[in-house]
Design a protein around this ligand. Structure first.
Ligand SMILES: Nc1ncnc2c1ncn2[C@@H]1O[C@H](COP(=O)(O)OP(=O)(O)O)[C@@H](O)[C@H]1O
Ligand SMILES: N[C@@H](CC(=O)OP(=O)(O)O)C(=O)O
Length: 440
């Protein structure tokens, strides 16, 4: 069985939902994972924010605007009277729930419940649409099987058990539809797999049912070799190995949630990235096979803070790095990049929540300099550190100010840290040097 995940754009308009219907309607048994319609998760987060700020009128206005958008889509999507009415009744119940939430005390749990409604609405609507089109499908509520544990990782044993149970209730179904992104936490409260988490839902399900393939359907022809939102002349990559895909996703390639490949790599389940608007295109295939050597793709991750820890006297004394790492461990902050010199260590973090406390603790034995608004630019490719063409990367140094370089941490990754205001220029220049000029 295959697992097919369709993202926000794929279910974001009636035209795209028709494309999804055509893609899935081939008679083979499959699990379909849907995200919320594009824009919905942001709208729900914004409603939650108004509630947190105790601005009930603002929250109500936002709820009403979103409600009208949904009713317009339903009228276009569902021309069958009964299905139109039934779906509007369900969507109204969701918006009534949101309205009751505007009078409740703000909390993280309430926010999670609000943000979960996007996937609940899209799956309900799409299931009704398939019924209207004469296609048999069955809704599998993700909250009946998707669980995370105390450390917010998927609880695979319980997911496997619960999923089997809910699927066994309807063994005759050909198309199972479920919600991406949402889950229950270890206490049974509604939670989620973080932004973009529907990709992760798909591979978790893929691993749980030992799927033959997981397909991530989106609005672009697969993983491009650079960020198409900022760079001209990017191209899709046909094949990636799990390591390469994991590095790119972690370092900002928005097309994939950072954890996507983790659940499936052990069982060698292939992941395909495909374009809902151009299904014939090959897309990208992610497997365990090593691919050709050399720089394959570039991604960038924003919101990075660099911390320079200077202490001439103690730096190379043994135990000094341990002391530094213990501080980051105490404040549950992970380090992305690290570079060292005779007199200083520089590290980067992407979570500033405990920055002040971390600085205070480090200042007890070192001088600290902090640079905010940095971006990590990550170059990925099988064995790139040893490749003949990798020297081209260093041509960038004559044009762009680089704050840190990480080379050799893994054979497949070279990372640069630049000021975020130089990110686009750096990405474009790397694209020109590495992918364009290389072929002239
Ligand atoms: N390296 C990359 N390759 C392809 N797309 C990328 C890359 N980096 C960023 N993107 C962006 O990711 C978008 C698709 O991801 P996302 O918005 O999460 O889709 P969906 O809503 O289908 O889940 C693309 O439209 C593209 O702008
Ligand atoms: N709806 C969630 C989960 C998700 O994966 O969405 P998308 O597939 O559109 O990236 C979000 O916006 O974060």
């Amino acid at each position: 069985m295959k697992v097919l995940k369709f993202g926000g754009t794929s279910v974001g308009s009636v035209k795209n939902m028709a494309n999804v219907k055509n893609i899935i309607h081939d008679g083979s048994k499959k699990v379909i994972v849907l995200s919320a319609m594009s824009g919905t998760t942001n709208a729900l987060l914004s409603i939650a924010e108004s509630i947190t700020n105790k601005n009930t009128n603002e929250a109500t206005e936002k709820i009403n605007t979103l409600h009208d958008t949904y009713f317009t889509v339903i009228d276009e999507l569902l021309v069958h009277d009964h299905l139109n009415k039934q779906t509007k009744d369900y969507i109204s119940s969701v918006f009534n729930l949101l309205t009751t939430h505007t009078h409740k005390a703000p909390s993280a749990l309430l926010n999670n419940e609000i943000v979960a409604q996007g996937e609940l609405m899209s799956t309900y609507m799409f299931n009704a649409y398939l019924k209207q089109e004469g296609i048999d499908s069955t809704l599998l509520p993700a909250l009946d099987f998707m669980r995370i544990n105390k450390v917010k990782e998927p609880d695979m044993e319980s997911i496997k058990r619960n999923l089997k149970e809910v699927m066994d209730r309807v063994p005759e179904a050909t198309i199972y539809i479920t919600q991406g992104f949402i889950c229950l936490d270890d206490k049974g409260n509604i939670s989620n797999l973080q932004r973009g988490g529907s990709d992760y839902t798909a591979t978790i399900i893929g691993a749980a049912i030992k799927a033959e393939e997981v397909q991530i359907w989106t609005d672009i022809d697969g993983m491009h070799n650079n960020d198409p939102r900022y760079v001209n002349n990017t191209n899709p990559i046909s094949d990636l190995c799990y390591d390469e895909a994991a590095e790119l996703a972690y370092f900002g390639a928005k097309i994939l949630h950072p954890q996507t490949v983790l659940p499936v790599r052990e069982d060698h389940i292939p992941v395909r990235l495909k374009n809902t608007m151009n299904p014939e295109c090959y897309g990208t295939r992610i497997t365990s096979d090593a691919t050709e050597n050399g720089i394959k793709a570039i991604a960038a991750k924003d919101g990075i803070t660099a911390i320079k820890i200077k202490s001439g006297r103690m730096l190379l004394a043994h135990g000094f790095l341990k002391k530094i790492f213990e501080i980051f461990e105490t404040y549950e902050t992970s380090i992305d990049m690290i570079t060292t010199s005779e007199v200083a260590v520089s590290v980067t973090i992407d979570d500033e929540k405990n920055l002040d406390k971390i600085i205070a603790a480090l200042e007890a034995f070192a001088t600290i300099e902090v640079d905010k608004n940095q971006s990590i630019i990550c170059l990925v490719g099988h064995a790139i550190v040893n490749h003949d063409e990798t020297y081209k990367l260093f041509q960038i140094l004559k044009d762009v100010k680089i704050r840190m370089i990480s080379y050799g941490g893994s054979k497949n990754n070279i990372s640069l840290l630049v000021d975020s205001k130089n990110k686009i220029e750096t990405l474009q220049k790397l694209n020109d040097y590495i992918f364009e000029l290389a072929h002239q």
